[in-house]
Design a binder for this molecule. Structure first.
Ligand code: UD1
Ligand code: MG
Length: 454
């Protein structure tokens, strides 16, 4: 197979999105539409990718810098043929050029690969539709050979009956494409330079035009409004849910999971309804995720139970931990095996040792907590002095009484006990009870105040 170049058309304004953002930067599964296309394009290992953009200034090239693609502006936008023309100076001959669309995000590698295998001539991706309204029609002769593509607005009543339509995606030899494009005119119903007119030129030159059909209809669906965006989002999510279940994951409801990134799961993983996974998430064997949990860029080792409404972000969780309900692990959290983090406990940039517990209403920030530590309800690490952050160190087997403030930098020694309600500002020695509250007193005969007479 000859090497390929890829042109991605992304100059359309997206008027019907009613948004200040260029259409192709709207997100599907947490990723801009055009990035889906770029990822698929990259998977074909092309020589060059060229993105034709228009509306939204430099927003598109800026957002997609990491791809090393060539970005060319099309201004004004005079049609799909004119758009591809803008890319041609950047594409070398001795190759084929594949045209994709920044607003057709779910095109699959396998379909494009099949087009590449179809032969070295002109290859069109077409579909048959019950209702072909609005699309360019594939006109064939009596032998079934493709003759041309006619746009809806230029079609005769008879041609409008044709159900086979142009998806817009095509593959052409680069030299020929260059020559055809230079001959395009705009004498048609829309006064545009139609890319589709190259088909007739190819036929006149005696070339056979090949057609390929995608495996799924959704691969070639474009997005023009938020309704279509939501529809394709559901297609994507359904596909991921199906893949996960096929690999053995138990989903309480495949219609109520959202994956905006990559998730890998071990055996016997169970996920309840309403969970969102973002970035790179790895769930070990026997992990259970409770309803409405949000997990982003995290590794959860085997056997860990995450109860409902927990948030885990940029964290690493060991095996057999218990998390939540209503727990929040913020970036930089590392829980070692068998740790327990209960309701309304927030942990940030901290390490929690093996078997340690913080089960209720606590904030643990910038801390190193050893093994078998018990952190009582309402414990707060005061890690911020208004200007700088400081660390709290709690050594193995320490017991922190409820409602304790640990004013960092501070250290609680191995096996130390902190009495409930203490404000600890100095290091607490290992093995001792440290307490900072005043002694309890009872005032005999004290009376509650009475409400005064008006
Ligand atoms: C085009 C095809 C039609 C096909 C349909 C599939 C042509 C002439 N017609 O029609 O046969 O059935 O797509 O959806 O090609 N774009 C630019 N610059 C331009 C014009 C368009 O970048 O000057 C981009 C748009 O952003 C869009 C794509 O090209 O992503 C298609 O443009 P659009 O105007 O929607 O094409 P259709 O008229 O629908
Ligand atoms: Mg148009």
């Amino acid at each position: 197979m000859s090497p390929i170049n890829i042109v991605i058309l992304a100059a359309g304004k997206g008027t019907r999105m009613y948004s200040d953002k260029p259409k192709v930067l709207h997100a599907l599964a947490g990723k801009p539409l055009v990035q889906h296309v770029l990822d698929c394009a990259t998977s074909l290992q092309p020589r060059q990718i060229c993105v034709v953009y228009g509306h939204g200034g430099e927003a598109v090239p800026q957002a997609m810098q990491q791809y090393g693609a060539k970005f060319v502006i099309q201004e004004p936008q005079l049609g799909t043929g004119h758009a591809v023309q803008q890319a041609m100076p950047h594409l070398a001959d001795g190759s084929r050029t594949l045209v994709l669309y920044g607003d057709v995000p779910l095109i699959q590698h396998s379909t494009l690969h099949q087009m590449q295998q179809e032969g070295e001539g002109l290859v069109l991706l077409t579909v048959n539709l019950e209702n072909p309204t609005g699309y360019g029609r594939i006109v064939r002769d009596l032998q079934g050979d493709v003759q041309c593509i006619v746009e809806e607005k230029d079609a005769t009543a008879e041609q409008r009956e044709i159900r086979e339509v142009n998806t817009g995606i095509l593959l052409a030899p680069t030299e020929m494409l260059r020559a055809w494009l230079s001959k395009l005119g705009n004498n048609n119903a829309q006064g545009e330079y139609y890319l589709t007119d190259i088909v007739e030129m190819a036929v006149q030159q005696g070339l056979t035009v090949h057609t390929v059909q995608p495996a799924h209809r959704w691969e070639v669906e474009g997005i023009n409004n938020k309704i279509q965006l939501a529809t394709l989002e559901r297609v994507w999510q359904q596909n991921i849910a199906t893949q996960m279940m096929a690999q053995g994951v138990t989903l309480a409801d495949p219609a109520r999971i959202d994956v905006r990134g990559n998730i890998t799961c071990g055996r016997d993983v169970e996920i309840d309804v309403g969970c969102i996974f973002e970035g790179k998430v790895n769930l070990g064997n026997f992990v259970r995720v409770g309803a409405y949990s949000v997990i982003r860029n995290a590794t959860i080792a085997q056997g860990t139970q995450i109860a409902a409404f927990s948030h885990i972000d940029d964290s690493e969780v060991g095996a057999n931990c218990h998390i939540g309900p209503y727990a929040r692990l913020r970036p930089g959290t590392k829980l070692h095996d068998d740790a327990h983090v209960g309701n309304f406990v927030e942990i940030k940039n901290s390490e929690i040792g093996i078997g340690s517990k913080a089960n209720h209403l606590s904030y643990i920030g910038d801390s190193t907590v050893g093994s078998r530590v018990n952190i009582g309800a309402g414990t707060i690490t005061c890690n911020y002095d208004g200007a700088n952050k400081h660390r709290t160190i709690i050594e193995d087997d320490a017991f922190i009484g409820s409602d304790t403030q640990l004013v960092a930098p501070v250290k609680v020694g191995k096996g130390a006990t902190i009495g409930a309600g203490s404000t600890i500002t100095l290091d607490a020695p290992a093995g001792e009870l440290t307490i900072s509250r005043g002694r309890q007193t009872t005032i005999a005969g004290w009376q509650r105040p009475q409400k005064g007479k008006k």
